[in-house]
Design a binder for this molecule. Structure first.
Ligand code: TTP
Ligand code: MG
Length: 346
């Protein structure tokens, strides 16, 4: 039996902002555009406190302002949300490598082979994310992606919903057709014209009628989806282009020993990463950021890809030696690029 888990972060952009600025906690916060409600732009998301006023994603900022003038309006800081997203996804990949990255705040995990109840596994994930980021998420578990995704949306925020084969009808038939992944506003409107509003009503429509109206493939898709049937696999394939680590010193330093220790440590981590994911690297880079933020990198391409700690460390230090350390250093980094799968001939 397949067991698929879908995770979706709660009010993601707003939650990240509330996490890094505690004075925003419990307040209506609206993220969108440049953060000025007098300017043009739409709401990216709103905290749950702001949603009580009717504010939601894609609404013009001006409308949001009219609904709740006391809300705190902030610009979109995509870089920060991506950084947090990456931390979350890395945590998920430690639970299982079978992760499909769907968007900035969601992912599917195939947990069929993982021991423990759905509650246990969800608890582990929620704790991990809370520890790493301080954020809450909602989780859905079902026999396939379609049902897992519907489930994660059912008890937001901080929810957990498990749908099993036997409660498909009871749980999904009452929902509007729009809740099916792959049914957008156009199909929704069209189905409405056919007097089909709920998933249950869709499931009662004969296959021939759906195929006649929507064509073979989409007709069949609607027919299957309305019954909770979905065999689509997780798309987990993800080829890393590089593997890197860097560290910022507590205080800018001109102590060579300290930099060397940092680089050696980072090299070890990078090589561990490479080995764990089954890659060898052909290109090695050392990076230094100076106290004035000027950043210098030196790289070397090897004759053959390697995952040997000794060879990579030697190369890192060779590259580092080519950097002119004329100023105190704030950060050092190591990168392994031009990755090749172990065993792959090039
Ligand atoms: P969602 O997961 O759809 O929304 P959310 O995480 O803010 O809230 P929920 O608790 O209901 O899941 O989207 C994730 C992020 O994507 C969201 O925080 C902001 C961004 N986004 C937009 O920028 N524009 C949009 O129209 C939507 C829907 C989301
Ligand atoms: Mg979300």
């Amino acid at each position: 039996m397949r067991r698929i888990l879908h995770i979706d972060m709660d009010a993601f952009f707003a939650a990240v902002e509330q996490g890094r600025r505690s004075e925003l906690k419990g307040k209506p916060v609206v993220i969108g555009g440049g953060g000025d409600p007098a300017q043009r732009g739409v709401v990216s998301t709103a905290s749950y406190e702001a949603r009580k006023y009717g504010i939601h994603s894609a609404m013009p900022l001006r409308t949001a302002y009219k609904l709740c003038p006391q809300a705190i309006f902030l610009p979109v800081d995509y870089k920060e949300y991506s950084r947090v997203s990456k931390i979350i996804k890395n945590g998920l990949r430690e639970i299982t490598p079978l992760v499909e990255d769907v968007g900035i705040d969601e992912a599917f995990l195939d947990i069929s082979e993982i021991e423990g109840s759905g509650e246990d596994i969800s608890g582990r994930i929620k704790n991990r994310i809370m520890q790493d980021t301080g954020l809450t998420c909602s989780i859905g578990i079902g026999p396939n992606k379609l049902l897992a995704k519907i489930a994660s949306d059912m008890r937001k925020p901080d929810g957990l919903t498990i749908i099993s084969e036997s409660d498909i009808e009871a749980v999904i038939y009452p929902l509007p057709v729009r809740k099916l992944w792959g049914v957008g506003p156009k199909t929704e409107a069209y189905l409405k014209g056919m007097n089909i509003n709920t998933i249950g009503e869709l499931s009662a429509t004969p296959l021939e009628k759906l195929i006649g109206t929507f064509g073979n493939s989409y007709g069949q898709f609607l027919y299957d989806s309305s019954r909770g049937v979905d065999d689509s696999p997780l798309v987990t394939h993800w080829e890393p282009r590089s593997c890197s680590r860097e560290t910022t010193f507590q205080h800018d330093t001109d102590n060579w020993q300290m930099m060397a220790r940092g680089l050696a440590e980072l090299t070890k981590e990078v090589v561990e990463d490479l080995k764990r994911s089954g890659y060898k690297a052909k290109n090695i880079t050392a990076k230094v950021r100076f106290s004035d933020f000027k950043t210098v990198t030196r790289a070397k391409t090897l004759k053959e890809a390697t995952d040997s700690l000794e060879e990579i460390r030697r190369t890192v230090f060779e590259c580092f030696g080519r950097i002119d350390l004329g100023m105190k250093v704030r950060l050092v980094g190591v990168r392994a690029g031009k990755l090749e799968r172990v065993g792959e001939q090039k």
